[in-house]
Structures are given as structure tokens and as C-alpha cells.
Design a protein around this ligand. Sequence first.
Ligand SMILES: Cc1ncc(COP(=O)(O)O)c(C=O)c1O
Length: 353
Amino acid sequence: MRPEYRDLTTYDPGREPCAVDLSDNTNLWGPNPAAANAVRTAADAMLTRYPPVYVPELKRRLAAMLGVEPENVATGCGSDDVIDSALRALCAPGDVVSYPDPTFGMIPAFARMNAVRSVGVPLVPDLRLDVHTLLDTRAAVTYVCRPNNPTGTLFDRDALLALERNAAGAVLVDEAYIDFAGEAGLAVTASQSSRTIVLRTFSKAWGLAGLRLGFAVGPAALIAEIEKSRGPYKVNAIAEQAALAVLDEGRDWVEARIRDVVRNRALLSERLAELGLRVLPSAANFVLAVLPPGARAQEWNVGLRAAGVAVRPFPALPGLGECIRITVGPSDMVEAAIDGIATMLQQREVMSE
Ligand SMILES: Cc1ncc(COP(=O)(O)O)c(C=O)c1O
């Protein structure tokens, strides 16, 4: 048995069914009609035969959408798979992956799985990247999630580019939430660079989390290495068919849902601030609320779930304390979250009287 696996546990997002589930940042408006139709009409051979090994047609279409070449794109079974493959391809055992802390919780886990050491670098005041300290780690891979999960922060583009120019190794820019940020992201920049890889997913704005489809965009030489380490047949035929349908006919639906998120994100942020919570500015499809002194994220998780609303608790986040992350969904779900949180705050007042 690999020693570094011994105290790793299997992933448990704590996701028991709940009436209003705002815990995982997926698209809560139901399936994209184009994707649903593609799944319903999938050919029998899509079940019985192997899919294309590296889905060249999908890569071609993604490349055309982003303004890069197909050899700048590698796909995978969700962007989790692409992150895992990238760490395997870009790090030798014992190398360092560094990342701003807090960030996406799977990074240290994937580092462990690949026998790579992980080094978290706390954000500096105002939730900015500590570029110098990240550079000082001399990491084989520096991971930056932009907008950042769980804070929602859209790190300054120039700070990120400075990091990219000076990094000792590769830079992975996770743009899982870029669709909600009102900017195009760094895919083209990455494709023209020597060491930047952008990660994207169909799981969030595009609404296909259940089909598991993610991709990387970057310089052809690194993308080829990631594809080798990824292994064959990681994108199943139905996922590919659904993604192609969304790219062909489902883009308006995605754009409309992004507008819904942006509107409801502002509403949720304002209402939580009116209730007295500190809410971090978010460029993603979730908001992070800092709980009042003495409150415990895990207890709020239990209390809100009892009221039929699931959020994601973040106990003791570096520099922030006890927080909950709330996915932005349709208005009725946002109202349910606001009501549940207002009740938690009222109960707190009653108990302190
Ligand atoms: C920042 C970030 N990256 C990657 C992922 C993984 O997404 P996928 O469903 O594409 O594996 C998530 C999922 O929550 C995420 O928040």
C-alpha cells in the first residue's frame, strides 16, 4: 500500500438529500433542454461501443468557441480528472504544488494522491494573492482558482499574470466559475504561453455536472503530457453528445441562466448584508457569508438542513473564520435560504436574551 494514501479518506461532501440544495454550486435551473434532448436520443451504439478515445470532435468545437487550436485542449471526466492528470503530468513525486489558502479543497487531496507536497499560502488582506510568497515556494505547479472557491474572489488579472511570468513551474488557473465573472478568462493567453493551463468545466454554468466533463486549455506541449497521463476513454459518448448539443443549440439557455445568477447573486448578497452578515463580493455562482462571532458553521449547517436548506459549511477558514457558502439558484431557492438564515439569526438573539 502507498504510505501517502494511508490516512486519505474517500470524498464525502456530506450531501444527504435536502429540499433546497444550495451546497454544490451546480446549475439549479434544471437540465439544458438541448442536453436533455441529446441524452434522450442517444444512439444504442453510444451505450454498447467505446467512445472516441480523446473526443477530437468535441475538442475541435471547444477550440473554435475559445479561439484556440484543438491541440491546445485536453478533456477529462470532470475538471477534477483534468486537475488530477495535470498534477501527475507536471509534478514528480515529492515536488510541491502551491495554492492560495483558502481555495478549492480537492487540491491538497489530489496532491496527496499523486505523492506531491502541497503548500497553502494565505491570502493577504482584502483577499488578494500573495504573489511573492507563492513564487517563493518554487512549486512545480501553482494552482489559482479564479473566481476562487470558496471566497468568490476574482483575483486581480495582472497579479495572476505576474505570477505566471515569474513562476518556477506551471500555473494552473481553475476557471470553473469564470462564466459568472463577466470576463472571457485566460484561455487564449494560456494557449500562447509556455506554462499556463486554464481549467474549465461543464458542471457549473453549463449544467452538466452529472455527465462529468471538464477540459484544460494551454500550450500544446503541456496539453499533450496531460492527455497522456489522463488515460483513454475518459469522456463518455453521451456526455460528448450532450456537450456538442449544448455548444450547438444550448448556448442561449446557458447565457440566460448566467444572467439569472448575476441578478440573484446581488439580491442574496444584499439581503444577507441587511441581516447583518458579512458577505464577500462574489464573481461566481455562490456567495460566502462570514458567520457572527461565536456561531459555528457546522451547527448552522445542521440548523439550516433541518429547515430544508443545504449550504456548504466552512469551519475556521484562514483569515475569515466560520463561514457558509450558498449556491445562487432560482429566486424561490434564494428566498428559502434567506428565510432559513434569518431564522438562525433570530434563534441566536433569543438564546442570548
Ligand atoms: C474550483 C473547482 N474546480 C473544479 C471543480 C470540479 O468540477 P468538475 O465537476 O468539473 O469535476 C469544482 C467543483 O466544485 C470546483 O469548485
